[in-house]
Design a binder for this molecule. Structure first.
Ligand code: UT7
Length: 336
């Protein structure tokens, strides 16, 4: 019988340090009311200096190993989705492999901005379905504070730092696991959301630093227009393709970039808000981490049980977007 992939464990890590809207009021010309009403964000977490994406990712994996009573040596593959790798090379996944002691795993990074986790999840699923691997860790992690310009009010209010991870394993149970997914890219979106320097086109120089090209740049309005349309579209399409409607969903876990973008998708799906996981208020946009972080929190809060239908959808830089559909396979935690 063909193998199915299912999510057998979840874990996340957020730094302790909180940066509130009121803190940002002292740094740039902004205010709590504007940020909350335009984005839904009240605060975000900031990782200390000297720590990097791999540290947060490793903590998320350690939580999974502890919860599963799993020796890290059992892990076959580690995939990290990030746009804030510790360094260009080695990959952040390599650094996580070492930090968690997963000596038998091979490891690599995926870069698809806010869609990174959904892209990486699909890769992980295929390695399970093919029968090649039995334990695949997929991580979304970003230290956005390392590329945010805290003098630019257009972007600095939006982002935060976090990591989330899932463990994928094979199952023969047809009632749980991966159902379907869709992924898309449109490179014409490159001009609207990017970090211009540091790569092979504009290596670091005095000029790139003076121009603030090592920080995230976003044409918010243009990105918003695409995001609101495409994230809703792909969420609806993946459900339809599998003969489901919003009524069948237990939980929708959208990318957390802006509450107004989530609103658009929720309306198109025709679902009530009690079926939507929203934690943007506490963490802001943590890029590749938003979906695994929200999923891990949703599970901890008892929002998911075996057999529940759960839908992920995302939109991000590139442009990139996508959606995945699963039947949940982990029993509800006993203590909530
Ligand atoms: O996760 C990856 C994908 N990214 C996204 O999906 C983000 C998509 N974009 C957005 O979420 C929204 O476009 C933003 C939240 C970034 C901006 O919201 P907006 O409603 O599109 O605002 P805007 O850029 O049109 O700016 C409206 C006004 C402008 O002032 P004027 O020109 O009307 O006088 C801005 O200068 O708000 C001003 N503004 C601010 N005011 C107070 C922009 N940022 C701020 C701020 N505080 N932080």
């Amino acid at each position: 019988m063909a193998k199915r992939a299912y999510i057998s464990a979840v874990g996340h890590y957020v730094p302790d340090k909180v940066l509130t809207n009121f803190d940002l009021e002292k740094m740039v010309d902004t205010n709590d009311e504007w940020i909350r009403t335009r984005t839904g964000i009240s605060e975000r977490r900031i990782l200390e200096q000297g720590k990097a994406t791999s540290d947060m990712a490793a903590e998320a994996v350690k939580k999974i190993c502890a919860a599963q009573d799993m020796d890290p040596m059992e892990i076959d593959l580690i995939i990290v989705a990030t746009v804030t790798p510790d360094m260009f090379f080695p990959s952040t996944a390599n650094l996580v492999q070492e930090k968690v002691g997963a000596k038998n795993a091979w490891s690599f990074d995926v870069a698809a901005a806010c869609s990174g986790f959904i892209y990486a999840l699909e890769i992980g699923v295929q390695f399970i379905v093919s029968g090649k691997h039995k334990k695949v860790i997929v991580i979304g992690g970003d230290k956005m504070s390392s590329i945010v310009n805290y003098r630019d009010r257009n972007t600095c209010v939006l982002f935060g730092d976090a990591a989330g991870a899932v463990l994928l394993e094979p199952t023969e149970d047809e009632e749980i696991g991966y159902i379907d997914s869709m992924q898309f890219s449109d490179g014409s979106g490159a001009d609207y959301l990017m970090m211009k320097a540091g790569g092979s086109l504009n290596p670091a120089s005095l000029e790139t630093i003076a121009n603030d090209w090592h920080f995230i740049y976003q044409d918010g309005k243009s990105v918003f227009k695409f995001a609101v349309k495409k994230m809703a579209e792909v969420a609806v399409d993946v459900l339809k393709r599998n003969n489901y409607t919003g009524d069948d969903l237990t939980l929708f876990v959208p990318h957390q970039a802006n509450l107004r973008i989530i609103d658009g998708a929720v309306k198109r799906l025709g679902i009530d808000y009690d079926k939507v996981m929203i934690n943007i208020g506490k963490f802001g946009n943590t890029t590749a981490a938003t979906i695994p972080l929200a999923l891990s929190e949703a599970y901890e809060q008892g929002k998911l049980d075996v057999g529940d239908l759960v839908l992920f959808a995302t939109f991000g830089g590139g442009f990139t977007w996508g959606s995945s559909l699963f039947k949940w396979g982990i029993p509800k935690p006993k203590k909530i």
